[in-house]
Design a protein around this ligand. Structure first.
Ligand SMILES: Cc1ncc(C[n+]2csc(CCOP(=O)(O)OP(=O)(O)O)c2C)c(N)n1
Ligand SMILES: [Mg+2]
Length: 579
């Protein structure tokens, strides 16, 4: 070792920062405090250093779960949820969640390390070679790549803006391996970072659009409001409730808008859904889209003659996207703006609002009462083995007693029955399969819900649905999260009774009979409960909520109880199906 040249010594002492640090600094500067990810080349050190810098770094067993966690964290917080993955395979595992976020309008940023550009672009066979930016682009609201450390600030700022502004969505941020070790002068690095000002600017609706909408609504004989998860996302809970209550208009909450007003609210028309949709004359959609979940606003559900016929309703659509209106049927009064601004402007414009006609309200009330009575009868039965109803009657009570708890739900019958039986009492408590009816969100959602809200989490899962993310019970135990997973175990997809006519392998929808899922939770130090009766289920859930210990309750359900595809049997083509 010779003497160090003076210039080199000066360089060594010169304060430099690197790509790793700048990514962390840029996220922190913008108030991002949690990363959902899975380490490996080239982002392992990023996870370590982020943790050392005080970010919460939650490490999952599969990137898909990390991605779903990030996506729902975005929904719950209005800040982009960050999912961090390695290159090619890790990136691809995260991609499902990115597309899910875009489809559901959740703000999320998938940050993936990637391999060396020069080699990838010449297809010379680099380690985990893949043109990730090109692959992500069609699935994301926006996609960016950062090549120089000095551009990290801009890259992160653009990703944040794209994720949360306007209609939120999934954004992809590509960070090649070489970026992380690049060094630049500390001062230059600091000044390159951007703290995003007003990332989701309010979008104020036009006065004439409001007037048009209110005129239409005021003149309605059979008005109906439909609240979607966009309304839940907006966090304009008090105004939304005031709008519903001051107008006196019956409302239907979409699945993730349940609890925006308590499901027990007298204006809720949920228990009379199949009556109000075809009967309504003016329907105001608030943050809800006329996609398949609302039968595209036409067809028999809406009183149309044929499956594509218009039912005659006029629609008001309150949405942040100007291109949403007319996507399926004519919208007579689009109101474009952020839900909070639109709803508060509507409230201000109500004036002396006439109550909807009494015969409309009375007819709904009658339908509701008779349906509620029928349901109460079904719920009161106590068959052996349990069926969905007798198990969910217990879940319903537990949720009522714990209205602050977060509620995760996925499956087919396990989803559909739960949605209609289990009332929600507070906004943004229910998180589920969303627009695609996607399986696999369960355990990732549980982790994010517990971390973001610090409330206990109850997850009601089909046995198939649970399997998609089941290994994340280790993650739940590792972070000791207050999650109570209830598996409605009917031995399979939809039910456990299919038979393979040729013998040999079991039918494709059937699983191992009487599988002991609760042991999976015990394997990692959590509590496992095997519940064959409503009483055992109740005891297990109460204990889980009291102890806040990770708990998995394997609720044994009659394997004949479900129906094919739950409530959407009609969408499932079958070989002999009649038109
Ligand atoms: C990612 C994904 N793969 C497959 C499906 C098709 N699918 C819909 S529901 C479901 C599982 C239903 O079974 P389970 O969760 O046990 O609910 P059950 O009806 O038995 O209560 C499947 C596989 C899907 N929706 N998403
Ligand atoms: Mg099942």
């Amino acid at each position: 070792m010779g003497t160090v040249e003076p210039q080199v010594a000066a360089d060594a002492q010169a304060a430099v920062t690197d790509g790793f640090q700048l990514v962390i600094d840029a996220l922190k500067l913008n108030g991002i405090d949690t990363i959902y990810g899975l380490p490996g080349i080239p982002i392992t050190d990023l996870t370590r250093r982020a943790q050392a810098e005080g970010l919460r770094v939650l490490s999952f067993r599969h990137e898909q779960s990390a991605g779903y966690a990030a996506s729902i964290a975005g929904f719950l917080t209005q800040k982009p949820g960050i999912c961090l993955t390695v290159s090619a395979p890790g990136f691809l595992n995260g991609l499902n969640a990115l597309a899910h976020a875009t489809t559901n309008c959740f703000p999320m940023i998938l940050v993936s390390g990637s391999s060396e550009r020069e080699i990838v672009d010449l297809q010379q066979g680099d380690y985990e070679e893949m043109d990730q930016l090109a692959i992500a682009r069609p699935l994301a609201k926006a996609a960016f790549r950062v090549l120089h450390a000095a551009d990290i600030g801009v890259g992160v700022a653009r990703a944040i803006r794209a994720a949360v502004s306007g209609r939120p969505g999934g954004v992809y941020l590509d960070l090649p391996a070489k970026l992380f070790a690049q060094t630049i002068d500390v001062a230059a690095g600091r000044s390159s970072l951007i703290k995003v000002v007003d990332p989701a600017p309010r979008q104020i609706p036009a006065p004439e659009a409001l007037e048009r909408a209110l005129d239409l609504l005021r003149g309605a004989k059979k008005p109906l409001i439909i609240l979607g998860k966009g309304a839940a996302y907006a966090q304009a809970d008090a105004d939304i409730r005031a709008l519903v209550e001051k107008t006196g208009i019956p409302y239907l909450p979409m699945s993730m808008a349940k609890g925006l007003l308590p499901d027990t609210h007298e204006q809720s028309a949920s228990a009379a859904r199949s009556y109000v949709l075809p009967e309504a004359d003016v329907v105001m959609l608030v943050g809800a889209r006329l996609n398949w979940l609302l039968s595209h606003g036409k067809g028999k559900t809406w009183g149309g003659k044929g499956h594509k016929d218009w039912g005659g309703q006029k629609f008001i659509q309150v949405d942040i996207s100007p291109t949403e209106a007319d996507s399926n049927v004519r919208v007579d009064a689009p109101v474009v703006g952020d839900i909070g601004s639109c709803v508060s402007a509507m409230l201000a414009g109500l004036g002396n609002w006439p109550k909807p006609p009494a015969d409309w309200l009375n007819a709904i009330h009658e339908k509701k009462s008779s349906n509620v009575d029928k349901m109460a009868e079904t719920l009161a039965k106590n068959p052996s083995p349990m069926n969905f109803h007798s198990a969910l009657a217990v879940v319903r009570d537990i949720v009522k007693a714990n209205p602050e708890a977060m509620f995760v739900n996925e499956g087919a019958n396990a989803l559909d029955f739960t949605r209609s039986i289990v009332d929600m009492y507070k906004p943004r408590k229910r998180i589920d399969v969303g627009t695609w009816g996607i399986m696999g969100v369960g355990m990732g959602y549980c982790v994010a819900a517990a971390v973001v809200t610090r409330q206990p989490v109850i997850a009601v899962e089909g046995d198939s649905a649970f399997g998609f993310s089941g290994m994340e019970v280790e993650t739940i135990c590792r972070y000791n999260l207050p999650v109570c997973v209830v598996i409605l175990n009917n031995n399979g997809v939809y039910k456990g009774t299919d038979i393979n006519p040729r013998g040999g392998d079991v039918a494709p929808t059937v699983f191992v009979k009487d599988a002991r899922y609760e042991k999976l939770m015990e394997a990692f130090g959590g509590v496992g409960v095997y519940a064959r009766t409503p009483a055992e289920l109740r005891q297990g859930m109460e204990q889980a909520l009291r102890s806040r210990k990770p708990t998995l309750i394997n609720a044994v359900i009659d394997e004949t109880a479900g129906t094919e595809s739950g409530r959407i049997t009609s969408l499932n083509p079958t070989a002999g199906k009649k038109k």
